[in-house]
Design a protein. Structure first.
Lengths: 536, 279, 321
């Protein structure tokens, strides 16, 4: 097969003061015509830098120091800026990760598409409009006549990503570079966008360079795969070779770290419930003003469930399903409109503000964002001991316990005297777990606790959680958007959609014989499902 | 802290500002030692130009008063009014903004309408009216400047608190059973300090400009020599003795410039991430 | 929300604000030391006891506070701002007489400072880190720190006393009997220095805001998208960066309106410009509180109108609101 693009010995230097000298080094690969090449790696692997270098869109002070990229008979790295500009949008198109910020908020969608033709002096304004309409139709946006006049804020995330694809497609480029284009999307939307990219790739016979961190996505669309780590290629091969018979240890580790659909056999739940939620409801109302209408969103719509002592209950759903609001309503970070949250026979919702303060100890949370969940101005010791001290534990004892907990979560006790910014994301998440344990709670709610982490770190933190849960017999409510993660850890799973609980049951039942249609759709949309089924 | 000093000392503008400001502060502190006599006292013939007579380096004004003495004593008023009015403005603006941002809802609505109202009123005009009606004395001038300067503080603090209170570490603090007061003062406000400090340094500068403008219009404390008064008094002789207006103006300009430079230096040193982005 | 409804809502809010300022004004009059009658008459005036008594009766100052309050507020609502005993004229007439000069000055200064501020801000941002950027930002910092009244005085010294290019004060050459083009030219020559000195500070403000806003917007994702389309840098700057970067500048311009009016007091005083700022200064030295508070009220009203205009401008740029 003849390559459309061949990259030889590419190196990209980082500005002085960065944690390493090169973003990318010794990178050599081909992109063949009409194939989808996935470039896989964790954050910092240099996969995005490679893509940006090809587009000529590297940030300031980051430069290509050596190497060439042959495309249509020319080395694009050696081309003058003006020539590279002509290639962009015409012969090479690109789509990005964040559809919410990748579009100009002040310009109509139609104008932003038509702009591509204008940039390359193609067609008359009328033709541009017609072509834009056709493109909007091709990427599956409903009602093109309306969309062409719409502003980005009137579109959903998935729709915006479709509009981005329309722009990248406008001049029928030879290469489409997609930089994590589905990472910010919900799983069902992700499945649709992946489908769209595949369809379009086949229809136009384009070569696609698809950057992702998710091997599920790789299994779904890749013809060939490149695995990158610390700026170098560690392995490349056909999709089958890499997924089924990985050669490099790093690839093996990555593949192993992926949560599988292998559903563990949970112990049947016999213990009495530690938490009982009955008919919980919450509607958010944005206050209207003089001439502003009130708007309301039902986040929790009559949800009931129980969590037994020592049980792990997973709550899964897409964004906007109300899963996080349920967690926050249980601890009363959000005040529910009605319903009962019964903890050991006591309704949390009936507690006065004073009673609540002392009752709060009993339910603790582990949060999503490791960078926002610790106060940057307080030492770790303070983070772990402030709560117990407030609850009346003597200072000495609280400090000793804090150091002990750091060891339990596999950090050294010296960590206590350092500040949060000295730790990595995964380490911070361990500190977050220790902080929850420090309060000696009856129930821990983990809200997307591993979602912000790289796959390999995610696997470690999950392993720690599983281990702690078994050793300390913790009761855990695990909120996640990721079905694969839920399958690994939970005894029972509840699926939420539009504020309602659509299905709840033991993990095998929900995953292997789902009752609700929504659950089936959700499971089908998880990328790489077929591949893993074949593997299992 | 050491990090902060290192970063600040790397900022050339900030250092220059600091040196200028320290000079002004020292002059103000030692004014009674350098010029023990009242700056209002007539010491020589009027309209003595600068650099013409020993002992009167900057000459004398329309009534034969020593310009250098006036300048040194005037530094005291500028700095005191600048500092005190800023502190009073912070005392109004920080709690108001903090409560508005932290409690949200009706508290926020009320506090912000109140702030917007004060922001709509032309602040210099309000200061003039307040001082004119309360009679110009050092305390009333300071208070009037504070009253017209707090709204931006309230808005800034509110915006900071609004964004901080949604951070997960605040949720975590809440879950440990901390009271609202402890969360606000122990966790949220310490993280909002950097922008408040930067704004405060810029507010001192603005307050000095306001004070000199008021004195220029004749709304200064009649018993205290100030830079604005000196310029105002020399205004009528601008054609024949322009330097009498020029010299105190340079003093104001340098002091205000120094404070602005320090503010920028603080901003770069306290928000290193932002500073790098802006560069 | 449609623009019409938005303007209506904004006007309602403005009316409430104005009413509150009227109320504030009433309390300010009563906060002044001594008898409001004396305040009204002007302390230094020929305020013999009989005249004061007459005033008290005329304005009902011997009546309970709430009655007085009602009289005052309803008076203002009927555009009665009181009487200036100093100038022997109703305050409203005095102000209306002076208002055009102030509008001319402030609007010219505003337009000039906004235009120059944006242009220099864009230039500085485009040359970020180079010496021309440093030169522009240093200049802005200098103007930002310069007392307005002082720069006005120095401009008089330099441009009128020494160079003789522009007149040092006034609204036009007195008794020259000019008309047509000569009148316009004469007016412009008189306007130049006041507008320039009033505008310098605000130019610095808009310049700094434009520069930092452009630099911030340049980092945004959609600018990268625009590059990936192959658009020329000039087009990206004009179409994508500028419009988004102007939003905070417009907001700031609205917030700065009050300062502009306040600055006019100083500029008009120095240049003997016959506007309401000068009137404020005159009433201040004459202790003519009725006029002082009248000017205060009208200047607040000017700011409110100005804020409405910037609100509408913002809405026209940003489709999201």
């Amino acid at each position: 097969m003849k390559p459309v693009l061949s990259i030889r010995d590419l190196a990209i230097s980082l500005p002085p003061g960065a944690d390493r000298a090169y973003a990318v080094q010794n990178v050599t690969f081909d992109l063949n015509a009409a194939e989808i090449l996935c470039v896989v790696g964790e954050s910092g692997s240099g996969k995005s830098m490679t893509a940006n270098a090809l587009m000529g869109l590297l940030p300031d002070q980051v430069e290509v120091t050596c190497g060439e990229a042959e495309f249509e008979g020319r080395d694009i790295m050696a081309l003058p800026d003006a020539e590279r500009r002509k290639l962009r949008g015409d012969r090479i198109g690109m789509i990005f990760q964040e559809p919410m910020t990748a579009l100009n908020p002040l310009m109509r969608i139609g104008d932003q598409i038509a702009e591509v033709f204008e940039a390359h002096n193609r067609h008359t304004p009328t033709e541009r409009r017609e072509k834009s309409l056709a493109l909007i139709g091709e990427v599956g946006l409903p009602d093109p006549d309306k969309i062409i006049r719409a502003y980005p804020f009137q579109l959903s995330g998935g729709q915006r990503q479709r509009a981005m694809i329309a722009m990248a497609l406008a001049l029928d480029p030879a290469i489409l570079i997609a930089d994590e284009p589905t990472t910010a999307l919900d799983v069902t939307t992700q499945a649709q966008i992946l489908d769209l990219i595949k369809t379009i790739q086949q229809r136009h016979g384009m070569a696609v360079m698809f950057i992702t961190h998710d091997f599920g996505v790789v299994a779904e669309i890749a013809d060939r795969v490149i695995v990158m780590r610390y700026g170098e290629i560690v392995e490349q091969g056909s999709s089958n070779e890499v997924l089924e018979a990985p050669q490099h240890d790093y690839t093996k580790a990555l593949l192993q770290a992926i949560p599988t659909d292998h559903v563990p056999t949970p112990e049947p739940v016999t213990a009495p419930p530690v938490l009982e939620v009955r008919n919980l409801r919450k509607t958010f109302v944005t206050s209207g003003g003089f001439f502003r209408p009130k708007r309301s969103v039902t986040a929790i719509d009559g949800v009931s469930f129980t969590i037994a002592r020592g049980e792990v209950l997973g709550i899964v759903g897409e964004s906007g399903s109300g899963k996080s609001t349920v967690g926050r309503a249980i601890v009363r970070l959000v005040e529910a409109d009605s319903g009962e949250v019964i903890l050991d026979g006591e309704d949390m919702n009936l507690l006065s503000a004073d009673q609540l303060r002392s009752a709060r100890r009993r339910v603790q949370m582990i949060f999503q964002d490791p960078y926002a969940s610790l106060n940057p101005r307080k030492k770790i010791l303070h983070a772990l001991s402030e709560g117990p001290i407030v609850q009346g534990v003597p200072r000495e004892k609280a400090h000793a316990r804090a150091r002990e907990l750091l060891e339990i979560v596999e950090l050294d006790a010296g960590a206590a005297d350092r500040y949060p910014h000295e730790f990595s994301g995964g380490q911070r998440q361990r500190i977050g777990i220790a902080r929850a344990l420090a309060m000696d709670p009856d129930l821990i709610i983990a809200d997307e606790a591993v979602s912000a982490l790289d796959v390999s770190i995610q696997a470690q933190v999950l392993a720690l959680l599983r281990d702690l849960q078994e050793r300390l017999h913790l009761s855990l409510m695990f909120i996640t958007h990721d079905m694969r993660v839920a399958a690994q850890l939970c005894d029972r799973v509840a699926v939420m959609q539009h504020g309602k609980l659509v299905e709840i049951g033991p993990v095998q039942d929900v995953f292997l014989s789902p009752q609700a249609e929504y659950t089936r759709n959700l499971l089908a949309a998880v990328p790489g499902t077929d591949w893993r089924k074949g593997a299992a | 802290m050491i990090d902060f000093l290192k970063r600040f000392s790397r900022n050339r503008g900030g250092l220059i500002g600091l040196i200028i400001l320290l000079t002004v502060v020292l002059l103000a502190i030692f004014a009674p030692l350098i010029y023990p006599d009242s700056p209002w006292k007539m010491v020589q013939r009027p309209f003595l130009p600068p650099f013409t007579m020993d002992g009167f380096p900057l000459g004398t004004d329309t009534l034969g008063r020593d310009v250098a003495a006036g300048l040194v004593h005037g530094a005291r008023v500028s700095l005191i009014v600048g500092l005190v009015s800023t502190m009073v403005a912070l005392l109004i603006g920080v709690p108001l903004g903090a409560f508005a941002g932290f409690y949200g809802g009706l508290v926020d609505d009320g506090a912000m309408r109140f702030t917007e109202f004060f922001q709509t009123i032309p602040n210099f005009a309000l200061a003039i009216v307040l001082v004119a009606i309360m009679e110009p004395t050092l305390p009333t001038i300071t208070l009037a400047i504070a009253i017209v300067s707090w709204p931006p503080v309230a808005r800034l603090v509110r915006a900071e608190v609004l964004s901080l209170r949604k951070r997960e570490f605040v949720d975590a603090a809440r879950l440990t059973g901390l009271s609202n007061t402890r969360i606000l003062f122990g966790h949220i406000l310490p993280n909002a300090m950097s922008p408040i400090i930067v704004m405060a340094s810029l507010m001192v500068a603005t307050a000095i400009l306001l004070e000199s403008s008021l004195s220029f219009l004749g709304l200064g404390d009649p018993n205290i020599m100030s830079w604005g008064y000196m310029i105002g008094a020399a205004r009528t002789v601008i054609r024949s003795a322009w330097w009498l207006s020029f010299i105190p103006g340079v003093a104001i300009l340098l002091t205000v410039l120094a404070l602005n430079l320090i503010g920028e230096g603080l901003n770069d040193a306290l928000n290193p991430r932002l500073a790098r982005k802006g560069r | 929300m449609t623009i019409a409804v938005a303007i209506l809502a904004r006007a309602a809010k403005a009316a409430i604000t104005l009413l509150l300022i009227v109320i504030l004004n009433f309390f300010l009059i009563h906060a002044a030391p001594g008898d409001p009658a004396m305040v009204m008459a002007g302390e230094a005036g020929a305020a013999d006891e009989q005249f004061l008594q007459q005033l008290r009766e005329q304005f009902g100052l011997d009546q309970p506070l709430y009655v007085q309050f009602w009289h005052y507020v309803s008076g203002v609502l009927q555009l009665d701002l009181g009487y200036s005993y100093r100038q022997q004229m109703p305050v409203l007439d005095l102000i209306l007489d002076r208002l055009p000069a102030t509008l001319l000055l402030t609007l010219t200064a505003f337009g000039m400072s906004l235009l120059l501020g944006i242009i220099f801000g864009l230039a500085a941002a485009a040359r970020q880190g180079k010496w021309s950027d440093t030169a522009i930002t240093s200049m802005a910092l200098l103007f930002y720190a310069t007392p307005l009244f002082w720069v006005a005085l120095m401009a008089v010294v330099l441009f009128s006393v020494y160079l003789g290019w522009f007149p040092a004060f006034g609204y036009g050459t007195v008794g020259a009997g000019l008309n047509g083009f000569d009148l316009l030219l004469d007016r412009l020559r008189h306007l130049f220095l006041p507008a320039l000195t009033l505008g310098l500070f605000f130019m610095a403000v808009y310049l700094r805001m434009t520069r930092s806003s452009v630099l911030e917007v340049s980092q945004m994702d959609f600018v990268k998208t625009a590059r990936s389309k192959g658009l020329a840098e000039g087009t990206i700057r004009r179409r994508h960066i500028l419009r988004n970067a102007l939003l905070p500048v417009v907001t700031l311009a609205g917030l700065q309106a009050g300062q502009l009016v306040g600055g006019a007091v100083l500029t008009e005083t120095v240049f003997a410009w016959p506007g309401i700022g000068r009137l404020m200064f005159e009433s201040l030295t004459a202790r003519d509180y009725n006029t002082l508070l009248g000017v205060f009220l009208v200047s607040a009203a000017m700011v409110i109108v100005f804020n409405i205009i910037t609100d509408i401008a913002y809405r026209l740029i940003d489709p999201r609101i």
